[in-house]
Design a protein around this ligand. Structure first.
Ligand code: FE2
Ligand code: FE2
Length: 296
C-alpha cells in the first residue's frame, strides 16, 4: 500500500517541471545576506514576462501611486525583492503554489492565498523576532513553498476520508490514510528540485518543528507559526484548516510576546490584502494580454 503510494508520488514528481533557471537564480540571490538590488534587477530583466509582471504589480490600483513606476529597479525598490520571488514562484509551470487541491476541498486561489499569507507572516516574524538569525528572503520563500507536498497527494484522497475522523492531528491522519504526509511528500519534491538543505528541512518538519535540524530550527518555527497565523486569519487550505496543533515552543526561538502576536495579526492582514490584490491584478492583465495575442 505505502509502496504504491510512494510510486504514485514519485511518478508525479517526475512529471512536474523543474523550477525555471530564473526562479532558481532569484531564490539563490535573495537568500544571500549581502546581495544588492542590482543583482535582482539584472535577473528580472532577462525575463520579459517577469519584468512585465513586476511593473504591472507595482502600478496596480492596490498601491495607488500618484505617478507610474517605469523601471524594474524603481519597482523593486518600492516593492522589496521578496515579493519578486513570490511573483516568480506563482508563475512557475509546476503550479505547486497554485494547484487545485481537490482532495483538501481547496481551490487554486485558496492554495495561493495560503502560500502568500504564510510568506508575508514568515517575513514579518523573521524581520522582527528572529534576532537577525533568519533572512527575510529565506523566510518568505519558505512560506510560499512550505505546502508544496499537498499538490502531490491531494488527488490520492477520496471524498469522505477526512470527514469521518474528526479529532486526529491532520498530519497523523494523512499518514494513517496514505502512509505519508504532505510534509514528507513535499520533502521528496524539494530534494528533486535541489532546494537548499534548510529549505528541504523546513518543508519536511513545518508541522513538527521540534524535530528539525538545529541549523534550520528557527526558520522551521517561523514557518510553523506563520502557517498557523495564515489559517487563523482565514487563509487556510480547506479541510485541514485548524486541524494542526501549535507547538508553543516557538517562544524559545523567537522573542515574541502575546501582544506582539496580536499586532502581527493585524499588520500581516493589511499587508496581505494589498499584496494579494496587486499580484492578482498583474496576473489578470497578463492573462488578458496573452489571450489577445493568441487570437491575433
Ligand atoms: Fe502544511
Ligand atoms: Fe500550510
Amino acid at each position: 500500500m505505502l509502496e504504491d503510494t510512494i510510486k504514485k508520488i514519485e511518478a508525479q514528481i517526475e512529471a512536474i517541471p523543474v523550477l525555471s533557471p530564473v526562479t532558481s537564480e532569484l531564490l539563490g540571490i535573495i537568500s544571500e545576506p549581502n546581495h544588492s538590488l542590482h543583482d535582482v534587477v539584472a535577473i528580472v530583466e532577462t525575463d520579459a514576462v517577469l519584468t512585465s509582471l513586476v511593473l504591472k504589480t507595482v502600478n496596480s490600483a492596490a498601491y495607488a501611486l500618484e505617478r507610474p513606476i517605469e523601471t524594474v529597479s524603481d519597482a523593486i525598490l518600492f516593492l522589496g525583492d521578496t515579493i519578486i520571488a513570490g511573483l516568480a514562484l506563482r508563475r512557475e509551470k509546476s503550479g505547486v503554489a497554485t494547484a487545485n487541491l481537490s482532495g483538501y476541498l481547496a481551490d487554486a486561489d485558496s492554495n495561493w492565498a495560503h502560500a502568500l499569507k504564510t510568506a508575508i507572516a514568515a517575513r514579518y516574524f523573521a524581520k522582527r523576532f528572529s534576532g537577525g538569525k533568519v533572512r527575510e528572503g529565506v523566510a518568505y520563500t519558505a512560506g510560499i513553498l512550505h505546502d508544496i507536498g499537498k499538490s502531490l497527494i491531494s488527488t490520492l484522497f477520496t471524498d469522505d476520508q477526512f470527514t469521518s475522523i474528526k479529532d486526529t492531528e491532520f498530519i497523523d491522519l494523512e499518514k494513517e490514510i496514505l502512509g505519508i504526509s504532505h510534509a514528507e511528500a513535499g520533502y521528496m519534491l524539494a530534494i528533486k528540485w535541489k532546494l537548499p538543505a534548510v529549505m528541504c528541512d523546513v518543508i519536511r518538519w513545518h508541522h513538527e518543528p521540534s524535530v528539525a535540524q538545529d541549523d534550520s530550527k528557527v526558520l522551521t518555527y517561523i514557518i510553523h507559526l506563520a502557517d498557523l497565523t495564515a489559517m487563523m486569519s482565514g487563509s487556510g487550505t480547506g479541510i485541514d484548516t485548524m486541524r494542526h496543533t501549535i507547538d508553543s515552543n516557538y517562544s524559545k526561538y523567537l522573542s515574541i510576546s502575546d501582544r506582539d502576536l496580536e499586532l502581527a495579526f493585524f499588520e500581516i492582514q493589511l499587508e496581505y490584502n494589498t499584496t494579494f490584490n496587486a499580484i492578482q491584478a498583474s496576473f489578470e492583465s497578463l492573462k488578458s494580454y496573452q489571450s489577445v495575442e493568441k487570437n491575433q
